[in-house]
Design a protein around this ligand. Structure first.
Ligand SMILES: [Zn+2]
Length: 66
């Protein structure tokens, strides 16, 4: 069994193909299993230009939509 996780950081491997929500801005996109999570193109979370509280590169903010 794997630990149940719902939040992922930029650069982590997408565990399951499907839709993911950017928690700070609400943008949703579809990612494929095996790819790396990208920086949110809507709010740039995970970069120095991201929203308050989401400017660190390893912050977890992609949430699996089920
Ligand atoms: Zn975003």
């Amino acid at each position: 069994m794997t630990l149940t996780r719902t939040l992922f950081a930029v650069g982590e491997v997408v565990p399951e193909s499907g839709w993911y929500l950017c928690v700070p801005c609400g943008f949703a996109d579809e990612f494929m299993a095996g790819d790396a999570f990208p920086v949110c193109k809507a709010c740039l979370a995970g970069t120095s230009d991201g929203p308050d509280g989401y400017t660190e590169p390893h912050v977890e903010y992609w949430e699996r939509l089920t």
